[in-house]
Design a protein around this ligand. Structure first.
Ligand code: ZN
Length: 407
């Protein structure tokens, strides 16, 4: 089986589209020009001065594992491994430089993860390189001075999630042990490092089925609004861990990993369904909850736009991105809509789930960020809406400044 065949179709497809986008091409040209001009700030130099190099002499086991992952994924570059001091579980793969690929591990992850778990982490990181994920400079584009057009921002958010699923599959392929992969994700999500294994009693006994049942409970929670607390992780670029485990379980059961498993097309369809469950669109608005979200989104978005002096071209772009090209803004009466907001918020509280309300706030943040004019007032208003919707107010700040990174 080839590494290309396990990549998520949607990641591949969105990446191709993004690489054709003029804004992506412009930023890539800018990066290339500046890289040439500033050789002194090389990555290797930076790593050598800030981190500890784990040479094959001092870490033969880690290098043997890296060799295993490199062979499994068809890596054709030498690897250089580094460790840095941090209590967080983390690993990062950088764009290659001078013909070498660099992976940096936090001290905590090296100490707390077993060999199989580290194979998954390493495979995930190498997967980002194999799939050329670093060719799309998502951080530069979203952090740039001018906010990117809405369709581009949304496409980047969507692509980055699928890119993580591709990297996850590469990692799971290297580890070839679903239980170890799930344990690794459990450790990443919970921060707990000592899990008891069979025969060795401990405080936390890991169970794949129990971990997966969290996803099912989340789905059920969404079907029964008004209960339970949402998790902010739902909206981070790295999809929430139980969701990743669910996607990896599907991958593990597919023909890509098991002879006789279901086809790749079927696998991609299941992944798509899983993602749809997380973030229903306003466009379809088939259920009562999504209709309420749509109505509130329109009214609140218009009131935010008004603070900037009226609906600008950027804002219009975002609204049409969410509501469809045929959506006619000119027919809307902003004052009339604003008057409806309190009632629509009450309705949302009664009929939508906390995670749906967070999605709404995140999408409104895209509208608020679209233009500089009235920015502070827009943020204040959004904080007020968030509070009234029972969404943690710091979530607004997170959305207003949110820049996902691949790691
Ligand atoms: Zn990643």
């Amino acid at each position: 089986m080839s590494t290309a065949s396990i990549r998520c179709d949607r990641d591949n497809q969105l990446a191709q589209e993004l690489l054709q986008h003029p804004d992506v091409q412009r930023v890539n040209r800018w990066i290339a020009d500046n890289e040439d001009a500033d050789k002194s700030s090389s990555l290797r130099r930076h790593l050598l001065t800030t981190s500890v190099r784990l040479s094959p002499q001092i870490s033969p086991r880690l290098h043997a594992m890296a060799g295993h992952c490199g062979t499994a994924l068809g890596l054709n570059l030498p690897l250089e491994l580094y460790a840095y001091a941090s209590p967080q579980y983390n690993a990062v793969c950088f764009k290659p430089e001078a013909g070498r690929l660099y992976i940096m591990f936090s001290s905590a992850i090296l100490e707390a993860f077993t060999e199989k778990e580290l194979l998954y982490v390493m495979g995930h990181e190498i997967g980002h390189h194999i799939y050329h994920h670093h060719d799309i400079p998502i951080g530069y584009i979203l952090r740039g001075k001018a906010a990117p057009p809405a369709d581009l921002a949304l496409k980047l958010f969507a692509w980055s999630r699928y890119a993580e699923f591709s990297a996850d599959r590469a990692g799971a392929f290297c580890a070839n042990d679903l239980d170890a992969v799930a344990r690794a994700l459990f450790k990443l999500a919970s921060g707990i490092s000592h899990l008891s294994s069979s025969g060795q009693p401990g405080l936390i006994e890991f169970s794949l089925d129990e971990f997966l049942s969290q996803v099912n409970d989340m789905v059920e929670q969404d079907a029964a609004p008004g209960q339970g607390a949402p998790t902010q992780d739902w909206f981070s670029t790295h999809p929430f861990s139980p969701l990743r485990v669910k996607a990896l379980t599907q991958f593990h059961e597919s023909a890509l990993m098991q002879p006789g498993g279901y086809s790749k097309d079927e696998l991609e369809m299941r992944l798509h369904e899983l993602m749809q469950l997380m973030e229903p669109g306003y466009l379809e608005a088939k259920t009562q909850a999504t209709r309420i979200m749509r109505n509130l989104f329109i009214a609140a978005a218009m009131s935010l736009a008004r603070l900037g002096g009226g609906v600008t071209k950027n804002e219009q772009g975002i609204l049409q991105q969410f509501l469809g090209k045929s959506f006619d803004l000119d027919k809307l009466d902003i004052s009339q809509l604003e008057a409806l907001i309190p009632a629509r918020i009450t309705e949302a509280l009664e009929h939508t789930t906390p995670s749906q309300r967070m999605q709404l706030v995140r999408d409104l943040a895209l509208v608020a960020r679209a233009d500089e004019a009235g920015c502070r007032h827009k943020e204040q208003l959004l904080v007020r809406y968030a509070r009234e919707l029972g969404v943690p107010y710091n979530f607004v700040g997170q959305c207003m400044a949110h820049v996902p990174e691949l790691d």
